[in-house]
Ligand binder design. Structure first.
Ligand SMILES: Cc1cc2nc3c(=O)[nH]c(=O)nc-3n(C[C@H](O)[C@H](O)[C@H](O)COP(=O)(O)O)c2cc1C
Length: 244
C-alpha cells in the first residue's frame, strides 16, 4: 500500500508541462483508458455536463494550433483533447424524457468547468503515469467559437480548455510553485501573503517573469479583462444565458 501511495505522489510531484513531442500515434485502447480515468472523476450531482473531443486528425490539429496562437505542441502531440461544457446532451435526453430543459447559463458553465477540470486532471495524471507528457491549453479561448465550428460542436456547448498528450521530446526542469504555507490558510483567511509571493519569486530569480505574467493576464489591460467581452459574446452565440 505504501508503495502505491508513494508512486501516486511521485507522479503528482514530477509533473512538468511538455511542449515538445516525438512523432507517435495513440491507439484507441490507450485513448479510451485515459478517458475512462477522466470519467471516474467526481462530478457535481453526477450530471457530467462535459464532453471530451479527442483530435488525432493532423489537419484539424494544425488548424487548432493556428487558432491557439500557433502553439507547436498542438501540432506535434499524439492527441489533442478539447474539454467542452455540454448541456446539449442533457437537454436532448430531457426532451426525450418529457422534461423541459432550461437554457444553460454561466452558472452552468462554472459547474461544467469544475467537472471538466477534475476529469482533465485525472487524465493528466493517468497519462503521466503511463510515461506521456501533457500540456493544458487555455489558448482555446483565443478563438472558442471558431474551434467549436471546426469540431462541429452543437448549441449549448462551449470549448473550455484543451490538453496535448504525447511522447515527450524534452525534459524541462520542474517549475516553481508557491510554498504550501502561502496557499494554505488554517481555519480562516490569513491575509494576502503577498510578501511571500514576491520573496518566493525574487529568491528564485523569477520575479521579472511573474511581473510579465501579472501584466499579461491580471492587469487592467491584461488577457482576463480583455477577453471578457468576446467570451460573453461567444457564450451567448452558443446558447448560454449570461445575465440573470
Ligand atoms: C488552464 C490552463 C491553461 C493553460 N494554457 C496553456 C497554453 O495555452 N499553452 C501552454 O503552453 N501552456 C499552458 N498551460 C500550462 C501552464 O503554463 C503551466 O502549467 C504552468 O506554467 C506551470 O508549469 P508546469 O505545468 O510545467 O509546472 C496552461 C495550464 C492551465 C492549468
Amino acid at each position: 500500500m505504501q508503495s502505491l501511495i508513494e508512486s501516486l505522489l511521485e507522479v503528482i510531484d514530477s509533473h512538468v508541462s511538455i511542449r515538445r513531442y516525438k512523432p507517435h500515434e495513440m491507439d484507441d485502447e490507450t485513448l479510451e483508458k485515459l478517458i475512462y480515468a477522466g470519467v471516474r472523476a467526481p462530478s457535481s450531482a453526477n450530471l457530467q455536463p462535459y464532453t471530451i473531443i479527442a483530435v488525432r486528425d493532423k489537419a484539424k490539429k494544425d488548424k487548432i494550433a493556428e487558432l491557439c496562437g500557433n502553439q507547436l505542441h498542438i501540432r506535434q502531440c499524439s492527441v489533442f483533447l478539447l474539454f467542452t461544457a455540454d448541456y446539449y446532451r442533457a437537454s436532448k435526453a430531457m426532451e426525450r424524457l418529457g422534461i423541459e430543459p432550461a437554457q444553460p447559463n454561466i452558472y452552468g458553465l462554472y459547474v461544467a468547468a469544475v467537472d471538466a477540470a477534475l476529469a482533465a486532471q485525472n487524465i493528466a495524471l493517468a497519462a503521466e503515469a503511463m510515461g506521456y507528457g501533457i500540456c493544458y491549453i487555455g489558448a482555446v479561448q483565443n478563438n472558442p467559437c471558431r474551434i467549436a465550428e471546426l469540431l462541429g460542436l452543437p448549441e449549448k456547448t462551449y470549448p473550455l480548455f484543451g490538453m496535448t498528450i504525447g511522447v515527450p521530446d524534452e525534459e524541462p526542469p520542474k517549475r516553481l510553485r508557491l510554498p504550501v504555507d502561502t496557499i494554505l490558510h488554517r481555519d480562516s483567511y490569513e491575509g494576502a501573503k503577498e510578501d511571500s509571493v514576491i520573496n518566493t519569486y525574487r529568491e528564485a530569480g523569477h520575479l521579472d517573469s511573474l511581473v510579465r505574467r501579472f501584466k499579461r493576464y491580471l492587469s487592467t489591460e491584461g488577457g482576463i479583462a480583455r477577453r471578457f467581452p468576446s467570451f460573453i459574446e461567444c457564450l451567448e452565440r452558443r446558447g448560454f444565458r449570461t445575465t440573470p
